[in-house]
Design a protein around this ligand. Structure first.
Ligand code: ZN
Length: 309
């Protein structure tokens, strides 16, 4: 069993409109945009990162906004719900706020003993705010009061046709099966970074999802450094997984592999972090381009739709 994984690092999804996406995560949810860059593999598309003050791993929601992308079709083989951790007692504030801001899909319930407020993202993305005991410091630069602000992810819920093989994978990655209810199994990482629960929700007869706007593209798990990442990579390869080589994403190093349930997992390093090329005070303001695409700056700045701060 691996011990290097520390919880989620980031969640990356697809969107249809960069401005709407930016407004939802910075204004409605009160996260900080910590990086404005481009998709390294398709540099004519933004890659936007939202999180806490410095984009601490476990707090970072990221998007590829493809202009006018068609909506995804929900199904199995994907992340169905991404959870954000908020302090105990914060949900009535959020319910009022999200209603006032015309957010759809609002539903309050209790999930594994935790108060939960589900809501839709701008493209129908499945999200929830979950009340947790959590010592992480939220971003306080928005108009969301500190006593209600998002502290990072609580976890993610995968929709699968069958949970057995993915459950075995999570145990191999260091997670423990802690609870189950109504066809959902909860796995938690002891000693994680707070973004430490993964739920497996089984829909035996369902169809596979069709990716599009509002779909999660992949979820990334955090490891401290490149040495730990190489250990994890070797262990996964030895177990039979097809894992990519290590890829430099400027703010972390990444490896990717597909799970038995067809969900794309990434293992990302906590180093060097989102403040490696910008002042913490101005994180996410300027368009940052990776070295290999810097020569495209004039055309990208003309082509990419401007985003308000
Ligand atoms: Zn990623």
């Amino acid at each position: 069993m691996l011990t290097q994984i520390k919880g989620l690092h980031h969640v990356t999804s697809l969107a249809a409109d960069a401005q709407q996406n930016n407004a939802f995560f910075t204004k409605t949810l009160g996260l900080r945009r910590v990086k404005k860059t481009v998709n390294f593999d398709a540099p004519d598309v933004y890659h936007l990162y939202y999180g806490d003050e410095v984009g601490t791993p476990g707090s970072v929601m990221t998007y590829f906004p493809f202009p006018n992308a068609a909506r995804g079709r929900p199904g199995i083989g994907e992340v169905g719900e991404t959870g954000f951790a908020v302090p105990k007692g914060a949900l009535p504030y959020w319910q009022e706020r999200l209603e006032r801001l015309s957010v759809t899909g609002l539903a309050m319930d209790s999930d594994f003993g935790q108060a939960r407020l589900r809501f839709d993202g701008p493209d129908g993305d499945g999200f929830a705010l979950v009340e947790t005991e959590d010592t992480r410091a939220p971003w306080t630069g928005s108009d969301v009061p500190e006593e209600a602000a998002i502290k990072g992810f609580s976890g993610a819920r995968l929709r699968l046709r069958d949970a057995d093989a993915t459950g075995e994978l999570l145990k191999f990655m260091g997670y423990e099966a802690t609870d189950s209810t109504d066809g959902v199994q909860r796995f938690q990482l002891p000693g994680g970074n707070g973004a430490d629960s993964i739920d497996l929700e089984v829909h035996a007869g369902a169809n596979f999802s069709r990716p599009g706007a509002g779909s999660v593209h992949h979820i990334a798990f955090a490891v401290p450094d490149r040495a730990a990442q190489l250990d994890v990579r070797k262990a996964l390869v030895d177990t039979g997984y097809a894992v990519t080589p290590v890829i430099d994403r400027d703010y972390f190093w990444a490896i990717y592999f597909r799970t038995p349930g067809n969900v794309l997992f990434e293992i990302a390093t906590n180093e060097p972090g989102f403040d490696q090329d910008e002042d913490t005070a101005h994180l996410g303001e300027a368009l940052r381009l990776p070295v290999q695409h810097e020569h495209l700056r004039p055309q990208l700045e003309a082509q990419l739709v401007p985003i308000a701060d």
